[in-house]
Design a protein around this ligand. Sequence first.
Ligand SMILES: O=C(O)C1=C[C@@H](OP(=O)(O)O)[C@@H](O)[C@H](O)C1
Ligand SMILES: C=C(OP(=O)(O)O)C(=O)O
Length: 426
Amino acid sequence: MDTIAIPALNRPVDATVEIPGSKSLTNRALLVAALAQGDSILENALFSEDSEYFAKCVEQLGIPITLNPNLAQIQIAGRGGEIPAKQADLFVGLSGTTARFISALVALGNGEYRLDGVPRMRERPMGDMLTVLQTGGATVNFEENSGFMPYTLYSQGFAGGNFCLKANQTSQQLSALLMIAPYAQQDTIFEVEGTLVSQSYIKMTCSLMADFGVEVIQIGENQFQIKAGQRYQARHYTIEPDASNASYFFAAAAVTGGRVRVKHLTKQSCQGDILWLNVLEQMGCQINDSDDYTEVTGPKQLQGIDIDMNDISDLVQTLAAIAPFASSPITIRNVEHIRYKETDRIKAVVTELRRLGVKVEEFADRLKIEPGPITPAAIETYHDHRMAMAFAVTGLKVPGIVIKDPGCTAKTFPDYFTRFFQMLEQ
Ligand SMILES: O=C(O)C1=C[C@@H](OP(=O)(O)O)[C@@H](O)[C@H](O)C1
Ligand SMILES: C=C(OP(=O)(O)O)C(=O)O
């Protein structure tokens, strides 16, 4: 298997970097632009496995899409809510957003659509959303396990109406349903039963829908109403840099006592993961920002923190990877849902920290990491881009850390290591 050795840095980083567009915003914008009437152009769009699987699905559904990776631009000729293809065999890789958003999109069609992904995708939950789509008129035939890929969805439009659904394992199913709901035959209310995880992504969904001209009315914390008949407006739209993927570069500043500026990402971002700046501030970093960049300067010594990361759970690995260098323990709470992502992320982080000789306690929904010396090791990444990207930062402080299967960053950040090494050369 391919590996990459991380060179330890004996000085603080001092760099200005650019991060590709947000995966979450690119895939949301692709969906709503496909439903709008006419041409939309996405600027600074992400080109990676997750967005390319999404674009391919949209194209297979008969909605013309032109990819221009050299300009980071995607053009979509939206069909005003029509799904031209009556039949398609769709593959989503390991992309949770593609799996959930495309399943909901095809429910607006009139035909039969088979969806499948890589083996791990077949273990990620789809059932709560599919139950809603079935009540709304679709029939779903599961090939193996009920509630999981692969399946064929037979659709005849989405009826809308009132639905209850659980969102305690992922928020993506609710995001998917919210985005198709304006095209339902009647007004729709979704009521979330119990806990809603990753709430910041629901805010992102509503914000992007508003940017394309559709309103979601939030009634209380857990109820969302969407009036039927609203239509997305085709438009020119610029995707923000990916805040989750910026976290590794900010972490490099934090851990080396250096300075990293990320261009075009601001505190006003609609991405919940911009709150990484607050986390780093609480750990002793200094944050500077303007209307076109944010910049983190690391302290001499990082402080420990006890933090609920339910809303910003893609950052758990970034925090875990720098935790051993803090002055006191780091406790990360309320993140049981990260066990359902690219891999069981609590288990993966605990295993790899222990491989590095770090003392760490594992609980069902949290972990506690003790500061201490690190023994270099080769880090397993479990097909999880965030394992590779996060533990590369640990390698800046400890000579001899190697990342296995670095190509797994292709999921959201194909040239991560190129940009990471460019940061070190500045
Ligand atoms: O809606 C989205 O774009 C996402 C929601 C989150 O997933 P969960 O809702 O499954 O926590 C996040 O981890 C993922 O990277 C992207
Ligand atoms: C969880 C992630 O991705 P997804 O759920 O979109 O596959 C991620 O990018 O960290």
